[in-house]
Ligand binder design. Structure first.
Ligand code: G6P
Length: 474
């Protein structure tokens, strides 16, 4: 009998949006970068993607949802309301998310959260075990599933396991604050290959792992329990061709024309983020306020289009942030607006990719100023959408993308004056300088795209496994 080995991808969320309409579940494939990039993997042959469908499905309707997902090679892990509350909102987003983004003072180190984090990771493990055969490869994604590599390894010692973390890995001095730090490290060390966006994340992980486990460090390899765990940086890219192609889409052209008509002679500054305190939205608004105060000649000459996509709004810190943004936007607009001009156009909603592409196309400046960000794909999407090579990217040095896109205007997001000066420099930048910078960034974003990222990770995982097997054979 010939068995063809498969790849199993696992992430907290499945790459699909499920909504309930008139009592029926409707599935819409996600447009997200990871979903696109991994599309070539999970849609192929008998490969699958395991994850949470994103909503609470009552037990009597789970078979129906499972069948619908199976048509797309997707396998659900259903979570109860309590699990969503304590594992997802609780441990993942009130402990790991703030701590890994250097905001440990926002963390709530609650023992119940940890208990649920472990039991839900067990639940994901069970879904893997139910679907796995010897010889398969597992690729686990992100901080919601840090225990999973270890849990799978315990039951399937020889299986190939890759793990990629999409958010930063903090320095040891921050990571050590977590009460369950040793367990989390040994959870991750169950993998054969651990990937992060940047070399700094790799360094931080190696430092934490060598202090908090029995593993011995040898360059970027940890010798742990008779195995070799390789740790490497894989900076994630985007689907460059898709964003380039979108700019010529008829819908995008229509949106762009409408914008241009309504914003004649204005320089447009753009920002697009998920609602999150790690994104530096408040500081960005403060920089705009300072700019309007210190450079009154720019009144009626510039506008900020700020898109904030609703996210995690059941977590208290996110609700608080939303209120603060509402208030600050209101203050700035009421202070500076004129009869014919609004300084900040604030949208709290999600938009189609065509609408976003139109925004990228019409914006003279894109402001990406997170306090911390694993990579930040918006910065790369803006670059890919600038087919005329013009436009200026203002980018936080705390975003992983700043390691690659060093022709952006790089700012410290904590320095409001620095952001303000970069906006002024961007607005005044001569076209030839814009083109020089943008074309060099476009070259990088085009080359290191999402497809190469997937290939590099999968190739390395295969290489690591072969190396381990040849060592065992000796
Ligand atoms: C970040 C994380 C992802 C997460 C996404 C959206 O990009 O790295 O793991 O899926 O945010 O957040 P959500 O909590 O809605 O899944």
């Amino acid at each position: 009998m010939i068995t063809i080995n498969k790849t199993i991808i696992i992430s907290n969320r499945l790459p699909v949006k499920i909504t309930e309409q008139n009592g029926e579940y409707i599935l819409r494939p996600s447009e997200g970068g990871l979903a696109t990039g991994l599309g070539s993997v999970y849609k192929d042959g008998n490969n699958i993607w395991i994850g949470w469908p994103g909503i609470e499905v009552p037990p009597e309707r789970q078979a129906e949802v499972t069948d619908k997902l199976a048509e797309l090679n997707l396998v659900p892990v259903f979570l109860t309301a309590e699990e969503i509350n304590l594992y997802y909102e609780g441990f993942s987003n009130e402990v790991l998310w703030p701590t890994f983004h250097y905001l440990a003072t926002y963390a709530n180190f609650d023992q119940t959260y940890w208990n649920f984090y472990k039991s839900v990771n067990e639940k994901f493990k069970q879904a893997v075990i139910d679907n796995i055969l010897d010889g398969d490869t597992v690729w686990v994604h992100d901080y919601q599933l840090l225990m999973l590599p270890y849990l799978i390894r315990t039951e399937k010692p020889n299986i190939t396991i890759g793990f990629f973390q999409h958010i930063p890995f903090p320095s040891y001095e921050i990571f050590r604050l977590i009460p369950w730090r040793e367990e989390l490290i040994s959870g991750m060390l169950g993998a054969d290959l651990l990937g992060f966006h940047t070399f700094d994340d790799v360094r931080h992980f190696l430092s934490a792992a060598s202090r908090l486990s029995s593993g011995k460090l040898q360059d970027n390899i940890i010798l742990y329990k008779d195995r070799q765990v390789v740790v490497e940086a894989f900076p994630m890219g985007i689907d460059y061709e898709k964003f380039e192609r979108l700019t010529t889409h008829e819908k995008v052209a229509r949106h762009s024309a409408t914008f241009k008509k309504s914003q004649k002679n204005l320089k447009i500054i753009l920002s697009i983020d998920r609602l999150d305190y790690s994104k530096g939205i408040i500081q960005r608004l403060q920089a705009m306020e300072l700019l309007l105060q210190l450079h009154p000649h720019l009144i009626e000459k510039i506008s900020l289009f700020m898109v904030v996509v609703p996210s995690r709004d059941t977590v208290p810190k996110y609700r608080e942030l939303r209120d603060n943004i509402d208030q600050l936007v209101g203050n700035i607009n009421s202070r500076f607006r004129t009869l014919s001009w609004t300084p900040i156009h604030y949208f709290y909603r999600s938009f189609s990719v065509e609408f976003l592409s139109a925004l990228y196309s019409i914006s003279d400046v894109c402001l990406v100023t997170p306090m911390r960000d694993g990579m930040n794909l918006v910065s790369k999407e803006y670059v890919a959408s600038r087919t005329n090579n013009d436009g200026v990217l203002v980018l936080s040095e705390m975003a992983g993308a700043s390691k690659e896109l060093n022709d952006a205007l790089i700012v410290n997001p904590n320095n409001i004056g620095d952001i303000m000066r970069a906006i002024v420099q961007a607005i005044d930048m001569p076209l030839d300088e814009q083109q020089l910078r943008m074309s060099s960034m476009r070259h990088i974003v085009k080359k290191f795209n999402i497809h190469l990222w997937v290939k590099n990770f999968m190739d390395k995982l295969k290489e690591v496994k072969e190396m381990q097997q040849s060592l065992l054979a000796k």
